[in-house]
Design a binder for this molecule. Structure first.
Ligand code: GLN
Length: 476
């Protein structure tokens, strides 16, 4: 029997592969054919790997031998800042346009052992800095729901690859919303794990205390499968943690809503969709409670101090000597300057300058020091709320649906404001998930919306439980 090899979830593809109804090679071929057809328009992939078929053949050999992991033979896309040995990883930057990784990231190593098939590397904002994928040195990705709009960012290519059926699922990275916001703009699910739940070894560092690798997929169940495959302590990342066994949860789920925080700057139809989402949750037996996170209003300011500070130090390694691009000049200092001027785009330079400023003598205490103190207050806010029996905190994922290409790219502050709901989870190291919640109409187009659940430390299990519940409630 011929199967329609589109609109596939990990779960459905798993069934077909395990029954032998399709081979990993057939599945990979179907995805490659769709990529060849649609990617010239979407620009979700920067490169499709030349060994996809070999990878798929190896997966078929595993399947034939009776080895069946959750991801064996499943075609997925990889964000361009995650290292695969021997393959280019450019972080969508001219700086690394031809850089080839010399080792596998831990997440890649774990997926290779399962026999997952990597289709290619996806477009992103340069070094993961941005919320629209317009900061890529290789052109923006387009939103599959409306080609005049951005897919979100920085994992815009990843989200578009899943939404347009150019991958079954994807790996992205999230420093201040870069998995969740593009997931919501493209109508897919995106999970930012607890800081440390997934090893960062082999992820190009943007802001290390905030960065996490995580899955984007069509369903909450699929994000759970992919998360389980990559999570867990790794001796190569000292900040990684073991997965605690979740306590059994048999009481009524309680969702907290920070009402005061939702009043300003959110599009009216986004708020309306949010209210409908709350009603759907209530219908399925979830208790909704108003909560107060008094320092949440500072989270964006704190993020845009701490993040560039860490960026300025992490990106110092791109000196034209150790990695990637190199521009010749008479002296070493001039070589550094010329290389960095040629290699980095405008947004990267802006953040390196901001970060250098907030860390400099005389300003350190006023900015960086202050921001780290407020970050602690924010952690206390979340802990206090969770201590009252709240299981998850709910907000929209983004104050607006996908905006048009060019709409915010000349106004960095407007772009930063769009991160208002996502940055706090990174600052307080908590897991958060964006789940599709419906659509809004914009200029005749139907564009996706998403809502975001945040859970206590290492409680991804709660996000999966409530996420699945919401998917079901919202469908009804
Ligand atoms: N949009 C945010 C920023 O520009 C988030 C980036 C990210 O999570 N990598 O910093």
């Amino acid at each position: 029997m011929k199967h329609d090899l589109a609109h596939m979830t990990i779960a459905t593809a798993r069934e077909l592969l395990d029954r032998g109804d399709v081979s990993a090679v057939e599945l990979a071929d179907a995805y490659c054919a769709r990529i060849a057809e649609k990617n010239p328009t979407l620009n979700a992939y920067l490169e499709v790997y030349d060994d996809v078929r070999e990878q798929a053949k190896a997966a078929d050999t595993m399947l034939a031998a009776g080895t069946r992991h959750a991801l064996t033979g499943i075609p997925i896309s990889i964000k361009d800042n995650i290292l695969i040995q021997g393959k280019i990883a450019s972080a969508a930057s001219q700086m690394l346009a031809t850089y080839r990784a010399s080792y596998d990231a831990t997440v890649i190593d774990r997926l290779k052992k399962q026999g997952a098939v990597f289709l290619g590397r996806t477009n992103m904002d340069e070094f993961a800095m941005g919320g629209s994928t317009e900061n890529s040195a290789f052109g923006p990705t387009k939103n599959p729901h409306d080609l005049s709009r951005v897919p979100g960012g920085s994992s815009g290519g990843a989200a578009a690859s899943v939404a347009a059926d150019l991958a079954v699922a994807a790996l992205g990275s999230d420093t201040g919303g870069s998995i969740r916001q593009p997931a919501s703009f493209c109508g897919v699910v995106g999970l930012k794990p607890t800081h440390g739940a997934v090893s960062r070894y082999g992820l190009m560092a943007m802001a290390s205390s905030l960065d996490q690798i995580g899955p984007l997929a069509k369903t909450v169940a699929d994000t759970e499968i992919l998360f389980n495959a990559i999570a867990g302590r790794d001796s190569k990342d000292a900040t990684s943690i073991d997965r605690p066994r979740p306590p059994t949860h048999d009481k009524k789920l309680v969702v907290g809503v920070p009402r005061d925080f939702l009043e300003k700057g959110v599009d009216p139809d986004v708020l309306e969709n949010f209210e409908n989402s709350l009603a759907a949750l209530k219908q399925s037996g979830v208790e909704i409670r108003d909560i107060n996170l008094p320092n949440l209003k500072y989270s964006l300011a704190v993020y845009y101090v701490i993040m560039p500070a860490e960026v300025s130090s992490n990106l110092a390694r791109f000196d034209g000597v150790r990695y990637g691009a190199h521009v010749d000049a008479p002296t070493m200092l001039e070589e550094y300057l010329a290389t960095r001027r040629a290699g980095f785009g405008a947004e990267s330079r802006r953040r390196i300058m901001l970060g250098t400023y907030v860390l400099s003598t005389g300003y350190y205490d006023a900015y960086y020091g202050k921001a780290t103190m407020v970050r602690e207050l924010l952690k206390d806010d979340f802990n206090t709320v969770f201590a009252t029996g709240v299981d998850c905190i709910l907000t929209p994922t983004s104050p607006t649906p996908a905006f048009t290409i060019g709409e915010k790219s000349t106004d960095p502050l407007a772009m930063y404001l769009a991160d208002i709901f996502t940055v706090s989870a990174n600052l307080v190291a908590l897991p958060a998930i964006s789940v599709p919640s419906g659509f809004a109409n914009r200029a005749g187009a139907r564009v996706p919306l998403g809502i975001q659940f945040t859970a206590p430390y290492a409680r991804e299990d709660l996000l999966f439980t409530i996420g699945k519940l919401f998917e079901k409630a919202n469908r009804a």
